[in-house]
Design a binder for this molecule. Sequence first.
Ligand code: 1MF
Length: 182
Amino acid sequence: MYGLVNKAIQDMVVGKFGEAAWNRIRQAAGVEDEVFVAMEPYDDAVTYRLVRAASEQLGAPADSLLEAFGEFWTRYTAREGFGDLLQATGSNITEFLMNLDNMHARIGLMCPHLRPPSFRCSDVTPDSLTLHYYSEREGLAPMVKGLLAGLGKNFDVGVSVEHTRQRGEGIDHDEFQVRFDA
Ligand code: 1MF
C-alpha cells in the first residue's frame, strides 16, 4: 500500500500513545523505516506487521485498531491534501459511497500502483443502504466500519453499521447494512 497509509498509522499511534509507543511498535514489527514516503508503494506486509505489532504492544484487538484507523483515515486524508478530492466525491454520505470507485479511479491516475477496493450500494433508501465491499486484501472489513463512522462525522449524520455478510463460503465480498439518522 502507498506510504500514506503507513504514515497515517504512525500519526495515529504517535498522537494517541506517543513517540515511545510508536518506536516499540515499529521495532516489534521489524520495520526499519524511520519515515514513510507518502507517494511510494510499500509491500502490504509492512502495514499488516504494524497492525499486528500495535495490537500486541497496546494490548488491543487488531480489529478495534483497524476500526479506529478507518475513522482516523477520513480526517487524516482530508488534512493531508486530499480534502478537495473528498469534497468532490459527494455532498452527502450516500452520494459519497456511490462515488467511491470514481474517487479511487482519480487517485489511480496519480498512483499507478494503487490497488483500490471496490464499493457498490444496493437497496438505497433515504435512511439506509447495503454497502458491498470488494477487496484484493484480507481482513480489512473492520476498517470499513471505521471509515463509515468517519464519513458520518464528516457529513454530520449518525451512522450505525452491521457487518451482515463476511467474504468466504459462497460470497466473494463483504456486506454492511448501513443506517443513517439525522
Ligand atoms: O492500494 C493502495 O495503496 C490503497 C491505499 C489506500 C488502496 C486504497 C486505499 C484507501 N482505502 C483503504 C482501505 C481499503 C483497502 C483495501 O480494501 O484494499 C480506503 C478507501 C476509502 C473508503 C471510504 C472513504 C474514504 C476512503 O479513502 C479516501 C482516500 C483513499 C486513498 C487516498 C486518499 C484518500 C490516497 C491518496 C494518495 C495516495 C494513496 C491513497 O498516494 C499518494 C500520496 C501522496 C502523493 C501522491 C499519491
